[in-house]
Design a protein around this ligand. Structure first.
Ligand SMILES: [Zn+2]
Length: 259
């Protein structure tokens, strides 16, 4: 069995002190690939360096998270554009829009999301998209972008409705599930997970956040725990864990490649 954790924040304070240990524990748990997701120019550069250091396991994204767009310095976007040229960088983001935390005014978030979308369409690198209380705002920008060309990417840590997910799929996007899928109260989300076309399904930890059941609330999440979300998704889809792992790993390898 091989699992691909398509979203891990290895440079969050809770994991940064022991990145090598986190990667080794993941490897022992048959997580053979980790997408290390950047949220600022500095963390994106650190993710790329880690991908250089652990070439068999780690790949990296480069981007500026909507909640960090307000702190971005002049020149930070240029660093993202430069990182996107390197072979270890196989995705752009984390980008998107967030009206929950109110860390950054919406027009500035939209400016950065638009930069990521345009760079994705220029380079062919897939987008890693964060949404929080912004489904309609994100759909509006993606519909407009789809008029200009193909869209590649993933709605990460998906928690929306079955109706909303249909439009994301129609726009060409993949759907990734994190630990929330395993929570007791998530019956509606599990029902949504049943409706996704098999070739668009991915799994992730979003570590160190969203620790899956049965470890919820006990410890920071790590890539090795992605198996709990994979087990839950396998049950929802009436597949064995091995089948679900093979499916989602193949999907991730197809999406996260440089063209
Ligand atoms: Zn994230």
């Amino acid at each position: 069995m091989e699992l691909y954790d398509t979203h891990a924040h290895l440079f969050d304070d809770q994991l940064a002190a022991d990145v090598a240990g986190v990667i080794e524990r993941a490897r022992l748990a048959r997580v053979t690939r980790i997408l290390a997701v950047g949220t600022t120019a500095d963390s994106s550069a650190a993710c790329q360096q880690t991908a250089v250091q652990f070439p068999n396991v780690v790949r990296s994204s480069a981007g500026i998270h909507p909640n960090h767009a307000g702190e971005a310095q002049p020149g930070d976007w240029d660093r993202i554009v430069e990182l996107a040229k390197l072979p270890e960088v196989i995705a752009l983001g984390e980008t998107g829009l967030d009206l929950y935390w109110k860390d950054c005014p919406l027009p500035l978030q939209q400016d950065y999301f638009d930069r990521h979308i345009r760079l994705s369409q220029q380079t062919g690198l897939p987008l890693v998209i964060h949404q929080r209380e912004t489904t309609q705002e994100i759909l509006a920008m993606l519909r407009e972008a789809r008029q200009r060309g193909e869209l590649r990417g993933v709605m990460h840590s998906y928690t929306g409705t079955a109706d909303e997910v249909k439009e994301f799929i129609a726009l060409g996007l993949h759907i990734s599930f994190a630990g929330m899928l395993t929570f007791k109260k998530s019956d509606d989300l599990r029902a949504v997970a049943k409706t996704i076309p098999a070739e668009r399904l991915l799994v992730e930890t979003d570590s160190p956040y969203l620790t899956p059941h049965p470890f919820r609330g006990q410890r920071p999440n790590e890539p090795r725990l992605v198996v709990h979300t994979a087990e839950c998704l396998a049950e929802v889809r009436s597949l064995s864990l091995g089948e679900l792992a093979a499916l989602t790993t193949a999907n991730a390898q197809r999406l996260f490649t440089r063209r």
